[in-house]
Structure formats: structure tokens, C-alpha cells
Design a binder for this molecule. Structure first.
Ligand code: HEC
Length: 112
């Protein structure tokens, strides 16, 4: 029984640390996304060049958003050819991380 006491104290001490907070979509993520967007995505998505859906154009984004965010992320990261044209993988910048491409997608969706 004696040996159990220190173990129980240790277990109780562990309860003091608060659970880690879930990461919310912070303004800094959107700021990152805006930077990536301006540097890489705006060339096509700003004016709808090459068949790209324009930033903030709800009409052009409605059916795309229905696919769900995960599909949009995957198309942005891996690229694809759709009805309107070809979306190059990572907007043609292979050195962009998945996180940065996703942040740019989040930024674009925040403008709808
Ligand atoms: C060279 C032009 C070009 C660049 C640069 C570009 N895109 Fe695109 N993007 C397209 C075109 C064209 C489509 C539409 C293809 C279709 O559906 O026919 C598209 C579609 C998309 C879609 C919709 C996917 C879907 O499933 O409907 C997302 C999201 C997207 N782009 C994100 C991005 C992001 C993020 C960047 C910057 C990192 C970027 N694009 C840069 C041309 C571009």
C-alpha cells in the first residue's frame, strides 16, 4: 500500500496540466493564406485567367465548395484538370508546404 502513494501523487500531479487547446483557424493562418494567395494564386484566381474561379465569386465557387474542403485542399495540393482548365499542383510552386497551400484555400474560401 505504501508504494502506491507516490504513484498516486504522480498521477494526481499529472491532472494539474490543462488539456492542450484545439487550434482554431487563427487570423495568422488567414494572414499566411493571404500572403501565399497574393504571391502564387492571384495570377490566375484574381481575374479568372485560364478558367480559374475568381476570388470572391460565389457563383463560380458554389459547386466547388459543395465538394467539401478536403477535396478542395487535395485539388490545390496535387493539381487537377477540370471542366474549365488546369489547376497546377500547388499553383505551380512545388516548394509550398501543404499547410501553406491549405491556408491559401482557407483564405480564398473566407472571401466568399
Ligand atoms: C496557372 C493558373 C492557376 C494558378 C497559379 C492557381 N490556380 Fe487554382 N485553379 C486554376 C484553374 C484553371 C482552376 C479550375 C479548374 C477547373 O475546375 O476546370 C483552379 C481551381 C482551383 C480550386 C478549386 C478546386 C475544385 O475542386 O473545384 C482551388 C481550391 C484552387 N484552384 C486553389 C488554388 C490555390 C490555393 C492556388 C495558389 C497556391 C492556385 N489555385 C493557383 C488555375 C490556377
Amino acid at each position: 500500500m505504501r508504494a502506491l502513494v507516490p504513484a498516486m501523487l504522480l498521477a494526481l500531479a499529472g491532472c494539474d496540466s490543462p488539456p492542450p487547446p484545439a487550434p482554431p483557424p487563427t487570423p495568422s493562418t488567414l494572414a499566411t493564406g493571404e500572403n501565399v494567395y497574393r504571391q502564387t494564386c492571384h495570377a490566375c484566381h484574381g481575374s479568372g485567367i485560364a478558367g480559374a474561379p475568381r476570388l470572391g465569386n460565389q457563383e463560380q465557387w458554389r459547386d466547388r465548395v459543395r465538394q467539401g474542403h478536403e477535396q478542395l485542399y487535395q485539388h490545390a495540393i496535387n493539381g487537377y484538370t477540370g471542366r474549365f482548365g488546369t489547376m497546377p499542383a500547388r499553383g505551380g510552386k512545388p516548394d509550398l508546404s501543404d499547410e501553406r497551400v491549405k491556408a491559401a484555400v482557407d483564405y480564398m474560401l473566407s472571401k466568399l
